[in-house]
Design a protein around this ligand. Sequence first.
Ligand code: AMP
Ligand code: TRP
Length: 329
Amino acid sequence: MKTIFSGIQPSGNLHIGNYIGTISQWMKLQQESSNELIFCIVDLHAITVPQDPKMLRQKIVEVAALYVASGIDPKKSNIFVQSENSDHTYLTWIFDCMIPMGWMNRMTQFKDKSAKQAEGTTVGLFNYPALMAADILLYDTTHVPVGEDQRQHIELTRDIAEKFNKIYGETFVPPEPMIDKQAARMMSLQNPTSKMSKSDKDQTGTINLLDSAGEIRKKIQRAVTDSGSEIVYREDKPAVSNLLIIYSKVSGKSVSEIESQYQGKGYGDFKKDLAEAMVEFLTPIQKRYNELMKNKDELSKILDAGAEFARHKSSKKIEMVKKVVGLGR
Ligand code: AMP
Ligand code: TRP
């Protein structure tokens, strides 16, 4: 049996990069009935950079609704909000007291993110990977489906598990990352050398799951392309290759099928069809999202049940940790 854990920060709009890079993998894993699945809305991670409290609250519910609307089935998967289980922060402290500073100093995402903090960096942002390790290790997670940018954090999580087990005896399961090679790093439609990102101030390169049909058409129309007019997946065609993967993921067609479909045709036809495929793909997700947001009872029940499951499972692990570390009486 696999235990799957993953999460997304409610720090902005979910975009097609999040969907293709992670949520679509979660959906595949959901098809195997023996898997135990846990999907978290990691709000404690979101506050490692400044957040407006009202907006954060809104985004937490929005991300939860988008998980469900995208096809995460609460009958098969557990969905919960990270801050509703305080075991995550408890375990983080214990890890903090055993992680060598050198391990944390190597984290490249911290370097990138802290460079962007005009008002200075916090201890929380530095400590972010320890909280992520706690998220994963609390539940005996075997597999973590994420995008490429999270690989280093999962390697650190393995190192933490192994170090803890060596000191205190077998307690944690070192997890494996699950990274979809083709979809691990979807790029901005405006700049194929930069990752499509929630925090990008210029949202014209990002297709959000809640964008209107008009916005989608406009963004795809304006997407940058490469020199030459061929529509092929090739290293020297990063912009077109990115669009081809997006097209493939939202239409269900293979990249080579799409390449042959557009042989001898121009970017105009290709973009027009891609925009329509995207609208067709997102329309049912948005419809379900709007239903969930209209009547929040259903969502509340899903998140309550998810939190209960999470607290129940993690409390056993915390008891074990306290015992082996020698905490309490
Ligand atoms: P974040 O948006 O940083 O909270 O990331 C949530 C999840 O989506 C993580 O597993 C990321 O690795 C993944 N992700 C974020 N942006 C992209 C992207 N442009 N392409 C593929 N995966 C992504
Ligand atoms: N750090 C991840 C990101 O920014 C989000 C995250 C937090 C996560 N905890 C996790 C992902 C545990 C997988 C497992 O994308």
